[in-house]
Design a binder for this molecule. Sequence first.
Ligand code: ME8
Length: 512
Amino acid sequence: MKQNNFYITTPIYYPSGEPHMGHAYSSIIADVFARFKRNDKYKVYFLTGTDEHGLKIQKAAEKDGSNPLNYCDKISKIFKDLTKKLNLSNDDFIRTTEKRHYKSVTDIWNRLVKSGDIYLSKYKGWYSVSDEAYYNSDEIIEKNGKKYSTFSGSIVEWVEEESFFFKLSSWQERLLEFYDKNDKFILPISRRNEVVNFVKSGLKDLSVSRTSFTWGIKVPNNDKHVIYVWLDALTNYISALNFPNTNDKLYKNFWPATLHVIGKDILRFHAIYWPAFLLAAKIKPPSRVFSHGWILSGEEKMSKSKGNILNPLEIIKKYGVDELRYYLMKEVPHGSDGTISLKNLENCINSDLANNYGNLCQRVFSFVKNNCKNKVTKTKKASDTDKKLIAQTKVITSDLRNLMDNQNLNNYIKSVINISFLTNKYINDEEPWKLKKNNIEKMNNILHLALEQIAKISILLNPIIPEKSLKVLDALNIKTELRNLSFLDGQNVINDEIKIQELDILFKKITQ
Ligand code: ME8
């Protein structure tokens, strides 16, 4: 992978029901990183899609009375539409029922056979269809005569069938070495520790094929077996880059992936199985797996099977897409679970968007319209108060790339919104309205700095609220080639003389 290239992925979603807030959350996080890196002049490839094989989908199709492919066509489209509604900037949307993916999965399977990592035996143990995961006996509890996974709480069933196995046990030491050498492979650190402890406690070989159903990619030269859906699904990340053609431009430019964004429930698959498969297939593992927490409704994970879904599309309809994006990114704590509610959403919109950033834009734009005919010219050198605001802004912005590179979105947003707060305070303290009559020059200078601050804040908020921030940048007449993060290295965004356009209300205050 070339330097300054950035390959980011979301998990590919099971098209087994309506998209919910957890899906939206996972996707928006990845989108924010993708947009930030594009704004920082990286060449970005951002992938999302749907994970369409396996027993879970076969059963969902049966329940729907459809054949699996027709069913997936229908539901996958809903997820594709969701990417538009969430304003995701993905470059591709992969479906695991596509030809390019079959080719890639078959190739990786053949590589694993060739390396001696796959053997035929019999699986006897617990399986959760809803997680598409195998569990050890010590991970199972019994409640009211039914067995559940202690890890996910999902119901499990006993499976006994012929199966191919991947020699995961033989990768234990090499995985630990890999984690050791790549100490930021898994973030946050608490998740990394979890994984390392799990691997240290001993890995069993992994069943990687099933014979009791047919909806999947067939094992090469053995039609009786379909490939385990997680080996199939994880491979999507390289299928989209045209693997197995390792000379392909996309593959060369973007593999190994910079960042897989995933939820904590699918950490084992991404942080243990995936690097083991890749190392065995002689392919470089990704650079990082960032595992976010769950969106909770009360104490529980929000999910269809629990019937506690807050529908992202309804929220978007009522409050707007930027509002939802901002709220989820700011308020769900970095790497941990977060409870969301309409009340908190409304508070967040009012305090940060309407009263802070929105108010800053509105008051400056309307003042410039009413008093300067939309034109502001900077003529004087910075005053001490100007210098103070410039210096405070510099201190805050100096850490922003680092925060993003460590996926610390909450603190990134808090920092940026703090710049907006300081700028509002600067205007309150400087009182440009008092200079209308006798010090137009100073008034212009104050407004100029305020506009420069608004430009910077809008570029910094752009990955989170792409729609509204663009409105502001358009109203500031900032050229596309200047809408990037170069100012973090010291440049100014606006010229000494600036002409602006009218700006409509950005965020309406919600009355509660
Ligand atoms: O796991 N809060 O698909 P999926 C936060 N197909 N995140 C949540 C969530 C919640 N309440 N519920 C789900 C799959 N997610 C696989 C991925 S990748 C090779 C295959 C997150 O549709 C979940 O953690 O069940 C995962 O990251 C994503 O949504 C997709 O979940």
